[in-house]
Design a binder for this molecule. Structure first.
Ligand SMILES: CSC[C@@H](O)[C@@H](O)C(=O)COP(=O)(O)O
Ligand SMILES: [Zn+2]
Length: 240
């Protein structure tokens, strides 16, 4: 069991106790460990990308514009999910610009949301044609790793080998937070999806908990890399 300290708030309002724990699975520790791992995969280099965790009514958020692989638990912001107020605000930084997008995932029941700038995700968005007036969507089938993706919210189990994986693609905006509207629309239009690609930018992947968000993000990245290589070889992603 995760042991989150419940000591009294500190007098300076920093609420240090919210991010201080010896438990490696405490969200403040876990975000830092995950981002260090994701950096080695090229998912969060150059300050891009990030990860946020919901634990009960507390949302743990990384600071904006920092080297995500070097963060310390004391750099982490904590928000109250119900009233959207910050319980802890380290004063040297601003919270991640991805915060409204992470909140959109938590509002749909996610326990963790990962944003990557993976080049495989970006390349896939460039390979799916932009058809004005139509939704863009990456589709692939008959790849074993598809079985690593859940069927959908409220549905039991994962997709099968013969199921088609569909990940909607939204257009990028100049500011990260301006993606929120189109991300929410894609979530409504594709209620089974656990991920949304952002053209020329990356991907948002969420899961019921940290373990699921991480493994889904890994499965998708594997599939995107495969899809890019398939395209180079002239192989089709779907049968029809
Ligand atoms: C390399 S800057 C990238 C940012 O603009 C953004 O896309 C991003 O993913 C990270 O935003 P941040 O506010 O640092 O958490
Ligand atoms: Zn980004």
């Amino acid at each position: 069991m995760m042991a989150i300290e419940t000591a009294m708030s500190s007098n300076d309002g920093s609420n240090h106790h919210l991010v201080h724990s010896d438990d490696p699975m405490h969200p403040a520790n876990h975000i830092c460990t995950l981002c260090a791992k994701f950096y080695t995969l090229g998912w969060v280099t150059g300050t891009g990308g990030g990860t946020s965790i919901r634990h009960g009514e507390h949302i743990y958020i990384a600071p904006s514009g920092v080297q995500k692989e070097l963060m310390k638990p004391t750099d982490i912001f904590v928000m109250d999910f119900n009233n959207r107020e910050y319980l802890r605000r380290p004063n040297v930084h601003k919270p991640s610009a991805c915060t409204p997008l992470f909140l959109a995932a938590f509002t749909r029941g996610a326990g963790c949301c990962i944003h990557t700038h993976s080049q495989w995700a970006v390349l896939v968005t460039l390979l799916v044609e932009r058809d004005f007036g139509k939704d863009a969507c990456f589709e692939i089938e008959e790849i074993e790793q598809i079985k690593g993706i859940p069927k959908g919210r409220g549905k039991q189990g994962n997709l099968g080998y013969y199921d088609r994986l569909r990940i909607p693609i939204i257009e990028n905006t100049a500011q990260e937070e301006d993606l929120t509207d189109s991300l929410e629309k894609a979530m409504e239009k594709y209620p089974d999806t656990y991920a949304v690609l952002v053209r020329r930018h990356g991907i948002y992947v969420w899961g019921d908990n940290v373990h699921k968000a991480k493994t889904q993000c890994e499965s998708l990245d594997y599939i995107f890399q495969l899809a890019v290589e398939m395209k180079k070889l002239g192989l089709l992603w779907t049968n029809k």
